[in-house]
Design a protein around this ligand. Structure first.
Ligand SMILES: [Zn+2]
Ligand SMILES: [Zn+2]
Length: 81
């Protein structure tokens, strides 16, 4: 089992955790884990979020990697650029 699982479990048991970046408590909001640190959604996207190579928007869902760039899954990058 990855260590992050235990960290996640510890978080569930201890609801006082807060964002590692802005230090705001999650308070039931969506959060993300990265390298054993927890971030609120906006900070996570700002720090680690992938941006679509086509439209430039942050990709909050699963991204597609092609040509060493990230894309929205609905974008089918053409290999002929
Ligand atoms: Zn934050
Ligand atoms: Zn896009």
């Amino acid at each position: 089992m990855p260590p992050s699982f235990f960290f996640f479990l510890a978080f569930l048991l201890n609801q006082s955790c807060s964002c590692a970046q802005c230090l705001n408590p999650f308070d039931g909001a969506k959060f993300f884990e990265k390298e054993n640190r927890l971030y609120c959604e906006s900070d996570y996207q700002a720090l680690f979020g992938a941006r679509c190579a086509r439209c430039g928007e942050t990709i909050t869902t699963k991204s597609v990697t092609a040509l060493d760039m990230k894309w929205h899954p609905e974008v089918r990058p053409s290999l002929k650029i």
